[in-house]
Design a protein around this ligand. Structure first.
Ligand SMILES: [Zn+2]
Length: 216
């Protein structure tokens, strides 16, 4: 008696196993299943048990049909947003997920929700998604659709008091003090997170300035 597990009567996703049928050419047992949608289909045991197959195929069709937008620019933006916040293997993760920037549950779980918000909030294919507060995540109240130019201006708007008493933006500081914009931005965020402001912040941001000066 070959040892085999009787799957009949069990359900896997939308599939209910009716009975066993002939094995496939690798001798894997195959089962006749009835899908919730009414279709009858034959599935190999492993696919059922490893949850690789959960329907006759109607499930996948529905979920891609549901928004039918998986090839659109908006979907790509959506996908990339989730990747950079929630996939440590994604190349920009360190600047997003790595520093605590997340996508709200509502959007993360539903493209439709993100899509609807976007449509209500002036999304156009020429615009990019922008976070109003760069230290906060992606959620409706902190996001807007803007032109690249507005985004760049937004970053430029952050002014920091330099050791000579003049306020400058990241680019100007970078040019003048030879600090990379990433370093400035990192230190600036570091200060914001800890409520370090004014002169104390300036000391943090320019803390290698004297070293650089002495080298020159
Ligand atoms: Zn089905």
């Amino acid at each position: 008696m070959p040892n085999f597990i009787d799957l009949s009567g069990k359900t896997f996703g939308r599939l209910t196993v009716l009975e066993r049928t002939t094995s496939d050419k690798y001798n894997a047992s195959r089962w006749i299943c009835k899908c919730e949608c009414g279709n009858i289909t034959i599935i190999v045991r492993q696919s059922l048990q490893q949850e690789k197959t959960k329907s006759c195929g109607c499930l996948r069709k529905e979920s891609s049909k549901k928004h039918g937008l998986s090839k659109t620019r908006l979907y790509k933006i959506y996908h990339a947003m989730i990747q950079r916040c929630h996939n440590p293997r994604f190349r920009h993760y360190k600047d997003y997920g790595g520093r605590g920037i997340t996508v709200c549950e509502e959007w993360k779980n539903s493209f439709e929700s993100f899509y609807n918000w976007s449509m209500r909030n002036g999304h156009e294919d020429t615009l990019t998604i922008d976070r109003i507060d760069n230290n906060k995540g992606y959620y409706p109240e902190n996001c807007r659709w803007t032109t690249m130019k507005v985004q760049a201006n937004n970053k430029r708007r952050i002014m920091i008091e330099c050791p000579d008493g003049i306020d400058r933006n990241f680019t100007q500081i970078s040019e003048l003090y030879g600090l990379s914009p990433n370093i400035i931005s990192y230190r600036h965020r570091f200060c914001q997170k800890r409520n370090i402001t004014g002169e104390a912040m300036s000391r943090w941001i320019f803390r290698t300035y004297d070293d650089i000066k002495s080298i020159n």
